[in-house]
Ligand binder design. Structure first.
Ligand code: IPE
Ligand code: IPE
Ligand code: MG
Length: 256
């Protein structure tokens, strides 16, 4: 860890892309003797706050894990209520997002959603498509393995059609077919709720991301905890395979 070099240019130590596993809604509700869905509802409030914090700070991309491809394994009643909540959140929040110049993008396998929900997603994406502020990515029915698989399938189809030679299948080509194509990889990953695992989130894109875990349950996530995560990120030295000396030398050049 090196703090000295970081002070030369604080903006360089703000993540461009923050990815969050919003975990702990159920336990938050349980502690209050409330049904799990009350925790999910409170979680929507926390989303509103973190979106605002990212927009204010000039963070370019915020990716939120809202529903994993494995969350279908939950009781059908909870899944149904989560779908309803997703729908109402889209209905209620899109206007606010648009007013705040936020561009919404939803990633994941949408075909599993109801036709009505799919329409709402498309409408919200289209309405906010031209916005130039924060890009908010919501991962819904998303799985990292699904993402890599669908990218591989799309590339294989191009090879099959003779548009691409197998030897031309590079990391860049695969990246262009991944759900987050065109956006920088996450710099900072945050998981609330105390678990320290990826749970099939962005497997490909987290290759060099800095991880931050907090015991805080998602509905309790606020600006202070976000600041702690950003401060922790700013103190880290990202080496991408190089030595610490090489990185310091490079930062010295940039700061000069
Ligand atoms: C995260 O909170 C939200 C979703 C997975 C939809 P959980 O519902 O997983 O909360 P815990 O982990 O049971 O507390
Ligand atoms: C991960 O949380 C998915 C989301 C936050 C949407 P889970 O609570 O489903 O993860 P596991 O099952 O504990 O790993
Ligand atoms: Mg959980």
């Amino acid at each position: 860890m090196s703090t000295t070099a970081n002070n030369t240019n604080p903006a360089a130590f703000l993540p461009r892309h923050v990815a969050i596993i919003m975990d702990g809604n159920g336990r938050w509700a349980k502690k209050r003797f409330l049904p799990r869905i009350a925790g999910h509802r409170a979680g929507v409030e926390a989303v509103r706050n973190v979106v605002q914090a990212c927009a204010q700070r000039g963070i370019e991309v915020l990716t939120l894990f809202a529903f994993s491809s494995e969350n279908w394994r939950r009781p059908p009643s909870e899944v149904g209520l989560l779908m309803d909540l997703f729908m109402t959140a889209l209905e209620r929040e899109t206007k606010r997002l648009h007013e705040n110049n936020v561009r919404l993008r939803v990633i994941g396998e949408r075909s599993a959603f109801s036709g009505k929900l799919q329409e709402k997603i498309i409408a919200a994406e289209q309405r906010t498509a031209a916005n130039s502020g924060l890009t908010l990515v919501v991962a819904a029915n998303y799985g990292g393995r699904w993402d890599i698989t669908q990218a591989a399938r799309a590339v294989a189809q191009k090879v099959e059609a003779g548009q691409l030679h197998a030897s031309q299948v590079t990391e860049d080509v695969l990246e262009q077919h991944m759900a987050l194509h065109g956006l920088p990889d996450p710099d900072l990953f945050i998981r609330t709720g105390g678990e320290e695992r990826i749970s099939n989130f962005l497997l490909w894109q987290l290759a060099y991301t800095e991880f931050y875990f907090t015991e805080t349950l998602w509905p309790d996530f606020d600006g202070r905890i976000f600041e702690d995560a950003l401060a922790s990120f700013a103190r880290r030295q990202r080496r991408f395979g190089r030595t610490g000396e090489q990185v310091e030398q490079e930062q010295g050049h940039k700061g000069a």
